[in-house]
Design a protein around this ligand. Sequence first.
Ligand code: GUN
Length: 303
Amino acid sequence: MPSPKSIYPHPDNVVDGRAIAVQIQRELAQRVAELRRRGVTPGLAFVRVGEDPASKVYVGRKEKACAELGVASETHIVPESTSESDLLALLAKLNADTRLHGILVQAPLPKHIRESVVFSTVLPSKDVDGFHPVNVGKLMLGDASGFRPCTPAGIMELLVRSAVPTDGAEVVVLGRGNIVGKPMAAMLCQKGKNANATVTICHSATRDIAAHCRRADILIAAMGVPKFVKSDMVKPGATVIDVGVNRVPDPGSRTGTKLVGDVDYAAVQPIAGRITPNPGGVGPMTIAMLMQNTVSAAGKTLN
Ligand code: GUN
């Protein structure tokens, strides 16, 4: 397991997602060792459709996490032109393969393939992404037997492990996507420990987003607009979580582009109570939660 490393000189208010993810992976490594002793090696299949550069990077990082943890992974790369029915046929094979406990189809998919059909085809018991309607329904119902989507689950874990209270907190989630915004809101407003928040979801039709943001004790930016959150949108002392991964032009760099989050980090960090760096905040936690879901899926086969 690598040691925690960060490219940031961390001021006290910065939440080090890399270090927390490494800690979780250390905890998981013990569970994997125990499963292997009992004859079960957790297995995870990745499916990548086409050559989207960001998807290649994300799947590569997930494969690396599997290798570090002792999870057996295999990656199926299919061409962009693959038909929906061929992709569903591949998923049927992976569903039937008892060596595999989890299946992840990296999004986004090409336009001619319906994401909803693909996500509904993965068996709910192997749906370590938490995108199958059965798992989405369980999340809404507060039924902990389902899998939770990895990015919002990782943010919940960051809040807990950074001792950010959510009980009665005003939370504003920017973005209403199925992967982050909607499940994030569902987790935070759940009745129970480490939840119990008052949640507002803002989106493209929201009037005066800044006014909502300024009320937030916890502000979660997941709408995919580079540096959208400025310092005058943040209540001093608030916790700010940046989910955004946006590629923007950067004429000075070797590649001509760079990645920035949804938060104007330089402006917001000095006034935030806690803030996630980007990179090094939410991203590593998403991967740690994927590993956690995969290890749980494998564990359930022993019960
Ligand atoms: N694309 C962006 N985030 C995710 C994720 O959490 N899972 C999958 N499968 N695709 C993604």
